[in-house]
Design a protein around this ligand. Structure first.
Ligand code: PHE
Length: 330
C-alpha cells in the first residue's frame, strides 16, 4: 500500500501517471488482483476483507485524483508559457494599412465643409419614390427620371440614385437655417470605364431666409472648395438642367492632365466636369412646406474626384481591392 501511494506521487508526467493508473486500477491491475482473492476468503471474514479493500481503493483513488490535477495544471502552465505572445516585442516588420483612396477623398471633402460649420447628414440608402424623385420636382411622368436607371425593390422601394433625397429628409426634420452636406453611397444600373453600380456622392444644401442667399454665394463657395481640392485650376460655371434647381449649373475645372491643351481624359475640350449645382427650385421648398426661404444645392461624385486627384484612369479599379493600387495610398 505504501509502495502504491509512492508510485502515484512519483509519477511526474501525465503519461507516467496514466501507466500507474493502468497498473493499479486497470482490469489486470493490482486492485483487481486483490478483489479476486475474495473468493478464497472464508465466509465470516469476507465482509471485513472487502471493507478493507474498498477503503484502500478509495484512498488510492483520491491520491491519484490529486496527482492528476497537479500534473494537468503543470501541463497547462507549460503550454501557456510556450504559446505566450510577447505583445511588447518590436520586430520592425509591422505593415500599416491605410484608408481607401475614396475614403481619403471623402474625408478631405467633408473636412472642408465641416470647417464652414456645415452639418453632416447621412440620409438612407433604401429610399422611396417621394424622397428620391417626387419631392425633388421629378413627378412620375417627368422625362428626367430616365436620366437615372434605378434599382427598384418589389414593394416599390428603391436604392437611392443620388444623395439629393438627403436634402428632403433634412428639410423635413429641421427648420431653416440649414447648412448641410450628405456624403454616402448611391446606386445606378451602370457599368463601364467611368460608371459602377455603386458609387459615392456628397450632397450640399444651404437654406436661409429669402434674399439672404443667391447664386453668387454658390459660385464663391464652390470656387473656393474646388481650389481646396484641386489646387490652382481654372473654374467655369456652365448653364445646365436639374429638375430640383433653377437656374442650374454644371461646374468644370481646367483639365489637370493636359493643362487645358486637350487630351483623351477631357475629350479634347480642356475642361473636366466635376459638379452639379443650382439654386433650389421653388417646387422643392413647396414639397417640404418651406416658405419665404431661398437656397442653393450641389452634388458631386467622390470616385470621380479621387480619379482626377490621383490620375487613376479606370474607375472600376477603385473597387477591385488590388493591393498594388491601394499600397500607393499609404
Ligand atoms: N443629384 C444630382 C446628380 O446626381 C446632382 C445635383 C445635386 C445637382 C444638387 C444639383 C443640385 O446628378
Amino acid at each position: 500500500m505504501e509502495n502504491l501511494e509512492e508510485k502515484i506521487v512519483q509519477a511526474d508526467t501525465l503519461e507516467a501517471l496514466e501507466k500507474v493508473r493502468v497498473e493499479l486500477f486497470g482490469k489486470k491491475g493490482v486492485l483487481s488482483a486483490q478483489f479476486a482473492k475474495m473468493k478464497d476468503i472464508p465466509g465470516p471474514e469476507k465482509k471485513a476483507f472487502a471493507e478493507g479493500l474498498n477503503s484502500q481503493k478509495s484512498q488510492l483513488q483520491s491520491i491519484f485524483d490529486e496527482r492528476l490535477t497537479i500534473l494537468k495544471n503543470a501541463e497547462m502552465e507549460r503550454q501557456l508559457k510556450a504559446e505566450a505572445i510577447d505583445v511588447s516585442l518590436y520586430t520592425g516588420s509591422g505593415e500599416k494599412g491605410a484608408l481607401h483612396p475614396v475614403a481619403q477623398t471623402m474625408d478631405k471633402i467633408i473636412d472642408y465643409f465641416v470647417a464652414l460649420n456645415f452639418s453632416v447628414e447621412s440620409g438612407t440608402l433604401v429610399e422611396d419614390d417621394f424622397h428620391n424623385f417626387e419631392a425633388l420636382n421629378l413627378p412620375k411622368h417627368h422625362p428626367a427620371r430616365d436620366m437615372q436607371d434605378t434599382f427598384y425593390f418589389a414593394d416599390g422601394g428603391l436604392l437611392r440614385t443620388h444623395t439629393s433625397p438627403a436634402q428632403i429628409r433634412t428639410m423635413l426634420k429641421e427648420k431653416p437655417p440649414i447648412r448641410m452636406i450628405a456624403p454616402g453611397a448611391v446606386f445606378r444600373r451602370d457599368y463601364d470605364l467611368t460608371h459602377t453600380p455603386m458609387f459615392h456622392q456628397v450632397e450640399g444644401l444651404v437654406v436661409l431666409e429669402k434674399g439672404e442667399v443667391s447664386f453668387a454665394n454658390l459660385k464663391s463657395i464652390l470656387t473656393d472648395f474646388l481650389h481646396h481640392m484641386f489646387g490652382d485650376v481654372e473654374i467655369r460655371f456652365r448653364p445646365s438642367f436639374f429638375p430640383f434647381t433653377e437656374p442650374s449649373a454644371e461646374v468644370d475645372i481646367s483639365c489637370i492632365f493636359c493643362k487645358s491643351e486637350g487630351c483623351r481624359v477631357c475629350s479634347h475640350t480642356g475642361w473636366l466636369e466635376v459638379l452639379g449645382s443650382g439654386v433650389v427650385d421653388p417646387n422643392v421648398f413647396k414639397a417640404v412646406g418651406y416658405e419665404n426661404v431661398s437656397g442653393y444645392a450641389f452634388g458631386l461624385g467622390v470616385e470621380r474626384f479621387a480619379m482626377l486627384m490621383h490620375e487613376i484612369p479606370d474607375l472600376r479599379s477603385l473597387f477591385e481591392g488590388d493591393i498594388r493600387l491601394l499600397e500607393q495610398f499609404r
